[in-house]
Design a protein around this ligand. Sequence first.
Ligand code: SF4
Length: 399
Amino acid sequence: MSCFEPSSNATMEPRAPGVIPIELKNGGRVKANDVPPQGVYRPNYNILTPNMRSPEYVQMSTAAALTLGIMAGKMYRCECTRCLNLLLTYPEGCRANCAYCGLARHREAERDYADRNFIRVDWPAVPLEQTIDIVAKQGDKSPFHRMCISMITHPRSDDDTRAVLKRWTDRIDPKAIPVSILSNPTTMTRDDVKRLKDLGADIFTVALDAATPEIFDRTRGKGVQSPHSWAKYWEILMDARDVFGAQKFGAHIIVGMGETERDVIELVQKLVDLGGHSHMFCFFPEKGSLMDHLPATDRGQWRRVQLARYLIDYKGVRAENMRFDEHGRVSDFGLNEEALEDVVTKGVAFRTSGCPGKFAEDISACDRPYGDSPPSNIASFPFAPNKRDLQKIRRQLKQ
Ligand code: SF4
């Protein structure tokens, strides 16, 4: 694919999921071995995966484990992450089959759930109480600006999300470290959304991931034997709008799965008009996923969408004032050159987008270091881009 060609629907076709032997379905191997968990489990394909379940256990990103001191090591150009992402965990894993996701069900034969890579990194499993103990002891010195519970598609995930939230807020003031919910609409009702708000959740997000209903269906619906539907995701997103209110709900969008720049930008505008925000991810071919043979998003496409999204979310520019070429690429951002240059120079537009932290409204707590790119060609900057980064970004904007 030329770097001037946006990814097209035809080029971004997922592989078909394979057949899973019956004994390996639903976490069969982990349940048959039934190894009792002992403290922290670091993904290791050479030892038997313990039988761990939420709410007693949660998984967390490698960045969060390093920041908590559960794992030793350093991250390239980052001292820590500001968001503690907690992922529900079960031997059965996520029952959905999203084509771009490393946690998807089609991997059951190849890799136990707790050993699967997700947004490019391993996710150690840690007892929830141990996690809460560490953060509670840190008190107001905690590096975390936010905690986020990532629900997955599992029959227990609604109950267990509430249990994790309750255990957390019993010991940690949600005003000091606010909690976001990355929801799983497929198993949820409006009442479930309300219950999470009543228990103290601050922001509710829906991972639409796909920018159009066709891409949604192809990558996480019927196209890959996955249970999700665009209509159900929007139903819960609108419930979140009613229950959590303006600026307290949002949607995740992955850029580069076959949509045009215009498709994403119009969706971003729609979300802003509804009172919400968009959190963007640059498509990266996750190892072991049904899209691991496909190209990562062209950097020109990604930078333009990042910049346009920032202008709409924080600078009052509207999608209608932008202009697009015949391929749906941005040709004019709808802002005079001086003002646009000022935004580019500040660099915030190119940082990871997500729920806000304590630095500023437009700086995400959720920085997901290298979650959507390798450090050698950063897509979402988990820190302020420096002068050299900005030179590269300027070149990429023109690609
Ligand atoms: S529902 Fe979420 S965790 Fe499950 S396969 Fe889809 S993207 Fe991955």
